[in-house]
Design a protein. Structure first.
Length: 174
């Protein structure tokens, strides 16, 4: 199986690092697929975008316009947004780096919310687990990503499918 991850362009990615972490390819934001904060920037009609945001209305509008994937800044269930994603074949990206950034009750609450979002969404759309790391220290190996996905509620086979097949669709959109 080939594994893929998505990180921000502030990470220093090399072929050696990709192999060391066990990835076929680490997709760097804004190099092939754009990662755009849709709360602060208007959607420009481009298709190969991962839209990040809190506002479900803005995200739904971008999904209906054909973006590839959505990552929720706050992991809350919005049934209208998920339905729009299902109708348009949009992928839900769950960013794992936040789990490693927080601690205590804030981390526990985040994992709980991600679990509820995952449980609801996986029945309707493809759920992608990516790190969305902003630095190399926040990056994970593919095995660590699988374990974090399991912590959220995915079984091992779905976690592997997500990190390989679903994440590869982000790369194919280039």
């Amino acid at each position: 199986m080939h594994y893929y991850d998505l990180v921000f362009e502030t990470c220093d990615i090399s072929e050696h690092l990709e192999r060391k972490l066990g990835f076929e390819k680490i997709i760097v934001a804004n190099h092939g697929i754009d990662v755009v904060d849709l709360d602060t920037r208007n959607f420009d009609g481009k298709k190969n975008i991962v839209g990040i945001g809190k506002n479900p209305n803005r995200l739904s509008s971008a999904v209906k316009s054909g973006i590839s994937a959505v990552s929720l800044a706050e992991p809350t269930i919005d049934k209208g947004l998920i339905a729009a994603m299902e109708d348009n074949g949009c992928i839900l990206c769950i960013g794992l780096s936040d789990i490693m950034s927080y601690y205590g009750m804030k981390r526990t609450r985040l994992i709980y919310k991600m679990n509820k979002l995952f449980e609801y969404s996986r029945k309707k759309v493809g759920v992608s687990f990516v790190t969305l790391a902003k630095s190399n220290s926040m990056m994970c190996s593919y095995m660590q990503m699988i374990e974090l996905a399991k912590m959220i509620g995915a079984d091992e086979s779905y976690a592997r499918k997500s990190i390989s097949e679903i994440n590869e669709k982000l790369l194919v959109e280039e």
